[in-house]
Design a protein around this ligand. Structure first.
Ligand SMILES: [Zn+2]
Ligand SMILES: [Zn+2]
Length: 278
């Protein structure tokens, strides 16, 4: 496992709308928050949304957002985490954790509830009922607090859309690491939901995602890394970081036939519209 060199700087600042700066990938040690942010700012990725996936990482995200002005937080139990807690510790423990997420969500710089959603890739049929219930709990929390909903959707497009509409969509909905094609893009466009594109949009087999990117209205496009996972080409399989996001942003601007600086300006404005200014 290796860390690629940082990408060439962008001509205008952008936001990494989904990142896990606290997570290790392979045997590569985690960098300090300060070093990660300094390196990413040097290439124009000046702000980061730090995402929670369980109690520990949600607490970490809140602490990071309290420590640094360029970081805001999200909190949630990941769709693979809720069934795990339920299977290993039972329903009372899961309910306790939902309650703690609701408490953490009150912190001043929490800007979304997520990542939550459905993941039919890593959670089998035995965990799906709990997964959907946990998703519903998170949607209700986002609605109660008036916060955006940050969705993790893996192999579950139709069910994600069904559950969101059934619960009532929060005012702001973001599909993180957008993995749909033009048909999901048109559902997002119809409802005014954001599609946040990660390094996967640069992968060879991602024609469907690129078609979705071209089809999305400009004001609903976000950019993210999901670091330390899913680095853009040519670094697939290595350790990702916000400092590599310029590769994704350049590729996206090219796909859409847009001038790079103008595209950066647009996606940064979209990030502020979705999560608020910081
Ligand atoms: Zn995810
Ligand atoms: Zn993530």
């Amino acid at each position: 496992m290796t860390r690629p060199d940082p990408a060439a700087p962008l001509p205008h600042p952008v936001v990494d709308c989904h990142c896990h700066m606290d997570m290790a990938y392979g045997d590569e040690p985690v960098r300090s928050l300060a070093e990660t942010m300094e390196r990413s700012a040097a290439v124009g990725v000046t702000r980061v949304v730090q995402v929670g996936c369980d109690i520990t990482t949600s607490r970490w995200a809140v602490a990071a957002s309290a420590e640094r002005e360029d970081v805001v937080a999200t909190v949630a139990l990941h769709p693979n985490e809720a069934p795990r807690v339920y299977a290993e510790q039972g329903v009372a423990a899961l309910q306790e954790q939902w309650a703690e997420i609701a408490e953490l969500a009150q912190a001043p710089r929490v800007r979304a509830i997520g990542e939550t959603g459905l993941d039919f890739f890593r959670t089998g049929p035995e965990g799906r009922e709990v997964q959907e219930e946990s998703f519903r709990v998170h949607i209700r929390l986002a609605n109660d607090l008036g916060l955006p909903l940050m969705i993790h959707d893996r192999d579950a497009h139709d069910d994600v859309v069904r559950v969101v509409l059934d619960e009532g969509a929060p005012e702001t909905v973001v599909f993180h690491c957008f993995s749909g094609d033009e048909s999901l893009a048109s559902v997002c466009a119809e409802h005014g939901w954001y599609a946040s594109f990660a390094g996967t949009v640069t992968y060879k087999n991602a024609d469907g995602i690129r078609a979705a990117l071209r089809a999305m209205p400009a004001h609903l496009i976000l950019t993210e890394t999901d670091a330390p996972f899913l680095p853009p080409m040519p670094y697939r399989g290595q350790v990702n970081a916000s400092e590599l996001m310029p590769l994704t942003v350049r590729s996206m601007a090219e796909q859409r036939g847009e001038e790079l600086a103008a595209f950066c300006e647009q996606v940064q404005a979209n990030a502020f519209a979705a999560f608020g200014q910081w």
